[in-house]
Design a protein around this ligand. Sequence first.
Ligand code: ZN
Length: 170
Amino acid sequence: MLTLKQLLVNRGRPGMHRAKVNPTNSYRMTGVVPIPMANSLAVRFTFNALTDPDADTYTTLMIFHGLKMSTTKDSEHPLGFEVRGRDIYTSRPSFQATQTGVACECLDYYFTWGWYNAKNTGNNAGNDPEPYPNYDSNYSPHRNRLAIPGLCKHLCVAAVYLSEQGFLTT
Ligand SMILES: [Zn+2]
């Protein structure tokens, strides 16, 4: 399983259908919900499209694996969460080192990334997606001609957000 940094680098590799990441003008993040699990931490993001008020809301998921958990806060376990009335503290996930499962409900994730995230590196969070339909030459195989795992724009924005908030270490 790859780290967020490895997934982010893949998105911009030469040969991918597009390298630019300019997402802030078309939608906004409306929710961030951390969900502690056994030795891992899921974070669920919600995005709304700005261009169309009736447009779909996308749910985007990251799961950081192999974190240390504690019932007391200390320098090793600085992130605190309440789970069923109990306080849980975790180590901080690392952008470069923490294996991170990802998923998004958007079409770009489905058509470009989900299948390869699931089959190449086990980075898809949740159920394996269907292989993308091969009905349109605009989508397949040109949409991910390197057949590599990576991130949609929502996952890119979520990664940057967590870094800027100090949630992720480098
Ligand atoms: Zn997405």
